[in-house]
Design a binder for this molecule. Structure first.
Ligand code: IPE
Ligand code: IPE
Ligand code: MG
Length: 252
């Protein structure tokens, strides 16, 4: 195994504050080694742990990772159940440590459709870390960008019907209904494994995020690869539709 474990080089002035990762390639990693896919997913959790630990060293304040999409239900039942099992073991083994490290954990995605015990684990993990503000970790699980857009629109309509607001829909009140409401503007989306698509991840938030695609398979990810993505980000000129290049990160 070539786990990426080199020491990070530290945050730059234009480092991304909010980074999202499409953690892809667990299956191919396992296949290349003649191992069952479940082991690829298990190593993927180790890569996630390494990446979370390294993120603050690059000045990242919020990390959003794609763990399970609304489309991933179409995988064989055995694989779906392996992925659910990993949530149980990850939260059981890491929640106390995350809480102590000042991490606020949020799960993005629909609770309906999840096994009842997973929904309960998620609720507990969120409640237990809600007071933390050093670092935000958002795990998209049973998440789909389109479903989230529909939910946000529905929330606004419900507020109007309930007489809670008379405000017409606008970008601000719409974004307040998204699963990511309250997290910093998204600066960078990373996708591993060489695929170059969003696969229904953070469709609204991606509007002006920089995209970095890396050929590494997710179970091999870690501080070195994250450092390379952050370095690529720092080279980008963000213009937001204007003519003048802005620094890579918006100072909000
Ligand atoms: C990413 O790895 C993890 C999830 C989608 C849950 P994959 O399982 O998609 O791995 P590949 O794309 O088949 O290699
Ligand atoms: C996206 O990866 C979902 C996660 C990483 C959880 P997929 O492997 O499901 O995406 P596609 O099917 O290749 O587009
Ligand atoms: Mg994949």
């Amino acid at each position: 195994m070539t786990a990426d474990s080199a020491a990070p080089s530290g945050p730059g002035p234009d480092g991304p504050r909010h980074v999202a990762i499409i953690m892809d390639g667990n299956g191919r990693w396992a296949k290349a080694k003649g191992l069952p896919r479940a082991l690829g997913h298990r190593e993927g959790v180790q890569a996630l742990k390494r990446t979370i630990q390294a993120a603050p060293d690059f000045g990242i304040r919020c990390l959003t990772v794609f763990g399970f999409s609304t489309e991933n239900w179409s995988r064989p039942a055995e694989e779906v159940s392996d992925l659910m099992g990993l949530v149980r073991t990850y939260v059981a083994s890491d929640l106390a440590r995350l809480e102590k490290a000042g991490v606020r954990l949020r799960i993005l995605g629909r609770r309906e459709g999840l096994p009842a015990d997973i929904a309960a684990i998620i609720d507990k993990a969120e409640a237990q870390t809600a007071h933390n503000d050093k670092f935000m970790l958002q795990v998209a699980f049973n998440y789909g960008g389109r479903a989230d857009l529909i939910d946000a629109a529905r929330r606004h309509a419900e507020r109007i019907l309930a007489g809670e607001t008379t405000e017409p829909l606008n970008e601000e009140n719409f974004a307040a209904g998204l699963a990511t409401a309250g997290s910093p503007p998204l600066d960078l989306i990373i996708r591993t494994s060489g695929e170059q698509r969003l696969s229904n991840f953070l469709l609204w938030e991606a509007a002006y995020a920089e995209l970095v695609f890396q050929d590494i398979l997710w179970p091999d990810y870690g501080p070195k690869a994250l450092g390379e993505a952050v370095a690529a980000f720092a080279q980008r000129e963000r213009r937001y539709g204007g003519r003048e290049p802005a620094p890579a990160r918006v100072s909000a």
